[in-house]
Design a protein around this ligand. Structure first.
Ligand SMILES: [Zn+2]
Length: 393
């Protein structure tokens, strides 16, 4: 089977003859092999090309167009996954989704530059590569700092500006034996070598852009520890540009909201966070004061067994603190309900002598209240009006 993408990565249309068609019971799909194909299969960490296979079937005159669901290579035969069978001998027209192909070429060629630079400068190997529709990740078997990665990123973009040719060759075994190149496999025959002069020489089966300029740009977007080394996320070309647009929109919105310059939004957000914390402290103090004043006006333990308060929506912690203070003083229940008659109330109820779970049952049976807890304290919410709730005590 001829791999047309080796001859021309720009080929988006081709004709081929079906040589095999197998039904996969498990996956409920047909696997179609062709005498030649321009579709790059899933290989070397990169997902397969997308596109369509079009043909005229025996009964019809209208062409049938099947989307390519996936493509896998097995013993050097590429199987095209489609939802209907195509008889052996049928001539099909293949159409490669160029947008995805070119995007993948930009990402993959960018990856080679980064991996080549890391290997040259630090001696670390790319030990894992994933190129999907959303994400491009590179795993290295050594740790680089953020500053070191920024320097690699800078040099990688310089390689783009130089608009270097990306050369592809199948050197002879003799030539290979003296060639220094990155490779994950120990092959000695039919090795496809992708060279970016001065930056990288690597054994690789995937389609690449013709010149480094076509990559557009390379941006490292994330780095994390991974199996003793690092996993780096990169975006190249149009993906990097789209990412810039998203980040630009976010920066502009935050800048306008906080009235700070775009390059100072991180400081602005930090300041906002600190102010928020201060406000929260003030609010907590005020809530505690309000609750204390209300508690001071409750019937005394001599006048009533229970202490029940209805308050505006408040912080759980302030309410819990108040209940803990009051529980030892009253022989019955101490309860705080916060909310209103329309939206309902949340509650926390405690007691040092009675089993609060009995009260939880009563609230559930009478008002359909939700919640629970243990004997000394329960919490939950209830849809009922204040006067009704009071009758339960
Ligand atoms: Zn590669």
């Amino acid at each position: 089977m001829k791999k047309l993408y080796y001859e021309d990565v720009h080929m988006t249309e081709f004709e081929a003859t079906v040589t095999e068609c197998i039904y996969d019971e498990k996956k409920k799909i047909y696997k179609v092999a062709l005498d030649q194909t321009a579709f790059f299969p899933e290989e070397g960490g990169q997902v397969a090309d997308k596109g369509t296979l079009t043909f005229i079937n025996e009964t019809g005159v209208e062409p049938v167009s099947l989307p390519l669901l996936d493509a896998h290579i097995k013993q050097d035969i590429i199987y095209h996954y489609v939802e209907k069978g195509i008889p052996v001998g049928t001539v099909v027209k293949g159409n490669v989704d160029w947008e995805q192909r070119f995007d993948f070429m930009q990402q993959h060629s960018g990856e080679h530059i980064i991996s080549g630079l890391v290997n040259k400068q630090y001696g670390f190997d790319n030990v894992g590569f994933h190129l999907g529709l959303q994400e491009v990740t590179l795993d290295f078997n050594g740790v680089l700092t953020l500053d070191e990665l920024r320097e690699i990123e800078m040099k990688a973009n310089e390689a783009i500006w130089k608009n270097l040719p990306i050369n592809i060759a199948f050197p002879s075994s003799e030539e290979l034996s003296v060639l220094e190149y990155r490779s994950k496999l120990d092959l000695i025959e039919n090795v496809r070598i992708v060279t970016i002069p001065g930056y990288d020489t690597c054994a690789c089966c995937a389609p690449h852009v013709d010149t480094t300029g076509q990559i557009g740009m390379i941006k490292i977007t994330n780095v994390q520890s991974h199996r003793g080394g690092i996993r780096v996320n990169i975006l190249c070309g149009n993906r990097a540009l789209k990412d810039y647009t998203v980040k630009q929109n976010n920066a502009a919105t935050i800048s306008a909201t906080l009235s700070v310059k775009q390059d100072l939004i991180a400081d602005g957000v930090e300041r906002l966070k600190q102010e928020n914390l201060k406000q929260k402290e003030v609010m907590n103090r005020l809530q505690a004061t309000i609750l204390k004043n209300m508690a001071d006006n409750l019937p005394t333990p001599d006048e009533s067994n229970h202490a029940i308060l209805f308050v505006e929506p408040m912080d759980d912690i302030a309410i819990r603190n108040l209940i803990n203070d009051l529980v030892p003083k009253y022989s019955g229940y101490v309860g705080v309900f916060w909310g209103n008659d329309v939206d309902g109330y949340r509650y926390i109820i405690g007691s040092s002598t009675l089993d609060c779970r009995e009260l939880a049952t009563a609230l559930r049976e009478k008002f359909g209240a939700k919640g629970g807890g243990k004997a000394p304290m329960i919490q939950g919410n209830v849809m009922a009006i204040k006067e009704q709730i009071k009758t339960i005590f």
